[in-house]
Design a protein around this ligand. Structure first.
Ligand code: SAH
Length: 239
């Protein structure tokens, strides 16, 4: 009898111990996230309170491969699967801010990758449509986004060069892979008054270009030099 009670006690202690450990781990990630927002975003000039709040909320460590969790809040891009990368937090914040989005916006993302950028947009916008060309990445991102209850974020397995004509026009378009030239279908799917941010360039360092559509006319501005993975078609050939 006594041994049975002792065993029960031991199990309860172990269970409480492991949930205590999980809670402590969660708090550690929360601290890292707060520091990331302060040091990497606010101190570097990100001001949009919706972007700041979104990046305070989204648990970046749940989007990166498990073995890289501990690096999730560091000031750098990280590899995800299939040779792709999740952008450095500052670039995610910077690109999101450039689009001037709010709770009424409908936005299109090309290059779902891990789903992290889509989740950040999901915190800010009314609807997020995100296209990924690699099946395993689209499936994983969709699973993570669903399990975190991002009901306003939809992912699609398709070639993002073509955009998503069925749901156009979009108030914002964010492209997180780099083509050599700006895809025409995306320009056409941008709403009047809308903004698009896209890394463009042939090899190595690309220019992050901000485009605005006003009365049917497009204006362009180079805003930053960046490195991004290439935009490819279904055969893997760069655009
Ligand atoms: N935004 C992502 C990072 C994307 S990395 C995140 O937050 O994690 C760029 C992604 O673009 C890769 O996953 C790559 O597979 C995808 N990609 C490349 N060409 C594409 C295309 N034509 N259409 C859609 N996605 C594409």
């Amino acid at each position: 009898m006594k041994t049975k009670i002792c065993l029960h006690l031991l199990i309860i202690l172990l269970l409480n111990g492991s949930s205590f450990k999980a809670k402590a781990q969660e708090m550690k990630f929360e601290n890292m996230r707060t520091n990331m927002v302060l040091d990497q975003l606010i101190k570097r000039g990100i001001k949009d309170s919706l972007v700041i709040r979104a990046m305070e909320n989204v648990e970046r460590h749940l989007f990166v491969p498990i073995r890289l969790k501990k690096y999730a809040y560091q000031d750098r891009p990280l590899p995800i699967n299939e040779g792709q990368t999740i952008s450095q937090p500052y670039i995610v914040g910077f690109m999101s801010e450039q689009l001037k989005l709010d709770s009424t916006s409908r936005v299109l993302e090309i290059g779902t990758g891990s789903g992290y950028q889509a989740a950040v947009l999901g915190e800010i916008c009314k609807e997020v449509y995100s296209i990924e060309i690699i099946k395993s990445l689209q499936e994983r991102a969709s699973f993570v986004l669903d399990s975190l209850q991002y009901k306003n974020v939809k992912t699609y397995l398709a070639d993002g060069y073509l955009g998503l004509p069925s749901d156009a026009p979009f108030d914002g378009i964010i492209v997180t892979c780099s083509p050599n030239n700006i895809p025409k279908p995306l320009l056409e799917q941008l709403a009047d008054g809308g903004r698009m941010i896209i890394p463009v360039g042939e090899t190595g360092v690309k220019k992050l270009v901000l485009l605005k559509k006003q009365n049917g006319k497009i204006s362009k501005k180079n805003v930053l030099s960046v490195r991004f993975v290439p935009m490819v078609d279904k055969r893997g050939i760069s655009y």
